[in-house]
Design a protein around this ligand. Sequence first.
Ligand SMILES: Cc1cc2nc3c(=O)[nH]c(=O)nc-3n(C[C@H](O)[C@H](O)[C@H](O)COP(=O)(O)OP(=O)(O)OC[C@H]3O[C@@H](n4cnc5c(N)ncnc54)[C@H](O)[C@@H]3O)c2cc1C
Length: 468
Amino acid sequence: MPHSNTMFDAIVIGTGPGGEGAAMQLAKAGQNIAVIERYEHVGGGCTHWGTIPSKALRHSISRLIEYNESILFNQEDASRQLTFADIMSHASGVIRKQTKLRGSFYNRNRVTLIHGEATFIGQNTLSIKREDGTQETISGKQFVLATGSRPYTPPDIDFTHPRIYNSDTILSMQHDPQSIIIYGAGVIGTEYASIFRGMGVKVDLLNTQSRLLSFLDDEISDSLSYHLWNNGVVIKHNESYASVEAKDDCVILTTHSGKKMRADCLLFANGRSGNTEMLNLPEVGLEPDSRGQVRVNERYQTAAKHVFAVGDVIGYPSLASAAYNQGRFAAESMLADTDEHKSLVQDIPTGIYTIPEISSVGKTEQELTRDKVPYEVGRAQFKHLARAQIANTLVGSLKILFHRETKEILGIHCFGERASEIIHIGQAIMQQPGEQNTIEYFVNTTFNYPTMAEAYRVAALNGLNRVF
Ligand SMILES: Cc1cc2nc3c(=O)[nH]c(=O)nc-3n(C[C@H](O)[C@H](O)[C@H](O)COP(=O)(O)OP(=O)(O)OC[C@H]3O[C@@H](n4cnc5c(N)ncnc54)[C@H](O)[C@@H]3O)c2cc1C
């Protein structure tokens, strides 16, 4: 049905978490909105080539490792192996379910969903190009850009070669490599290093920085380095590629420091660019930066007052979790012209699904030391918890950083199985108002036993015992 005669209250571009968050909030407020999506299914990069597939892959690999290491279940001489295609089939099932569910949200809330690629052709008008080449124009009073990002692909590497992948194309990998070079040791690179190593693939992880995930607490970053190393991942820091040569049977990467490495394939996971090039943003007076990202204020409003932007297209923190809330709060700003929720962008937890998993919220030790905050540390090691012993998830720890005098919780850092779930207990207490956000909560409350949550009580007692 053509929509050219309708003036929508708002048009959202993109159906990832950012677009969905904005669209649902606007629709529930009774706005007449349209959502544009260029891919054949809703859900965005998050559902189809980012968060969901990588987490589903990781889950299968974790269970495989658990099975192989269990004397109780695996009594064979040899370890059980899975191919990339095997674990992708589980991931595809999850993607299908997620797509169906997310699609139902649009139907249920009577959102006009239009498939095609959106381009501004006027201050309030978009041209939508459908896959069959036909076009339509639609108009709206306000806009939300939620177009996400894509892997950065430098022009001197041949990404059309079947042995060279980025984090999108790796999902359609057809062969089973015995070795892989992963270039870029950020969140995506380290997560895929864990996945491939878990499948028994030899992994060379090339880091362009001097340490892994330097935004993490140093102890956690060191723990990740140790565990990847201990599992056989070869990590090289401070490296950058000089050339990548793709051959019929291998890929050869040469670094600027003169090293040469060969593997069955290469995963290039170094940097992402905002999806803005097709939007023709100059038409609304906007100029994306060199990374294709759009600048916004605390209300997620761009320099064009009727255009808002959320999610990966605005850069940091580039997380699905944050994108969804940004979308909701941008919608609230659009509806009520309010900046009430500007604190949202702070204190976002980090969840990194390496094996072992990592999660943290708040300050790191190095930040507190730099700021001369008198803090103390409380630690619990998973190996001492009954629940971890039962589940045989002994690797890991929980660390609570708190103010020596006020006992206020300043940061929580967790390493190990279920870290990304465990962190939310501490986050909830940390965000309590007034004096209720102290470490003392954890010693004055009763935890179910045996649980991993009990780590909070153990860490709190450990930390308070250090205060004199
Ligand atoms: C391998 C990987 C693992 C990740 N793991 C995690 C994780 O564990 N946790 C986490 O929180 N985050 C994770 N992320 C990040 C997360 O996926 C992104 O932060 C999130 O998807 C961003 O949401 P978004 O709504 O901004 O964009 P997206 O989810 O990318 O959606 C953007 C949508 O816009 C559409 N679009 C683009 N341009 C146009 C146009 N011109 N017209 C119409 N439609 C358009 C695209 O087709 C797409 O569907 C991961 C990312 C990757 C790549």
